[in-house]
Design a protein around this ligand. Structure first.
Ligand code: SF4
Length: 227
């Protein structure tokens, strides 16, 4: 992992998490001191921190619907992600079980073609190291899409997103060893569940056949209350 937490790190309590959440909630960096063009709207960070969740979903950035709702994955992508994980909405939004840390906490705006802009880099520079340090209990990070994979696994070195997802077993084995050594969470790379990936998902049917069943089984084990 390029940048992340480690099991040996100090366990943060609810107070630390609450304070960090408050600081992020008040963040105006992308309006007041942006590294490029400022956000075209008021910041509305959407992130779920937790002092107990063993599972972390690390995705891209809120889209227009999530920006409006202020709640992560309240869109068709969220429905597909929940079906991949094999969990219902109640579990998905239970912050004692699941933390949600996108690579950009605020909706970055739309590009000239109407697509979402990339996540703001200010978030990664200013928040992510301390966010992941604040959740050393996280055992597994689901890295959803290129930006999260670059952060948690390092640059792809020429590998396309689907090539990296296709290497999920090797990545899982390697990061599991690191996890066992207390050097950070296990990582599973996933494509983004957006409808924009429908064609690629159809073409890479091994994803539904191999990765999704593995993911569902792991999440079931991870969320078992008796663990
Ligand atoms: S995207 Fe991140 S850094 Fe920018 S205003 Fe939102 S929380 Fe702050």
């Amino acid at each position: 992992m390029a940048e992340g937490n480690g099991r040996a790190a100090k366990h943060c309590g609810q107070g630390d998490i609450a304070s960090l959440k408050e600081q992020i909630g008040a963040c105006r960096i992308c309006v007041e001191t942006p590294v490029r063009a400022p956000l075209p709207h008021e910041p509305r960070p959407v992130v779920v921190l937790s002092s107990t969740a063993r599972l972390c979903l690390s995705g891209q950035a809120p889209g227009t619907r999530v920006h409006a709702s202020g709640r992560p994955f309240t869109d068709p992508s969220g429905d597909r992600l929940r079906s991949w994980l094999g969990i219902d909405e109640e579990t998905f939004y239970d912050s004692s079980k699941v933390s949600i840390v996108p690579m950009g906490f605020c909706f970055p705006g739309l590009d000239s073609k109407g697509g979402d802009k990339p996540p703001r880099t200010e978030c990664r520079r200013n928040w992510h190291p301390q966010v992941f340090r604040s959740m050393p209990q996280v055992e597994t990070v689901i890295a959803i899409g290129k930006y999260a994979q670059d952060y948690h696994l390092g640059p792809a070195n020429g590998l396309g997103l689907w090539q990296r997802v296709a290497a999920w077993k090797e990545i899982w084995q390697e990061t599991s060893k690191r996890y066992e050594a207390g050097e950070g969470p296990r990582i599973l790379p996933l494509p983004h569940p957006s409808w924009r990936n429908n064609t690629a998902l159809k073409k890479n049917s091994w994803f539904d056949g191999e990765v999704v069943p593995f993911l569902q089984e792991h999440v079931k084990t991870l969320l078992r209350p008796d663990r």
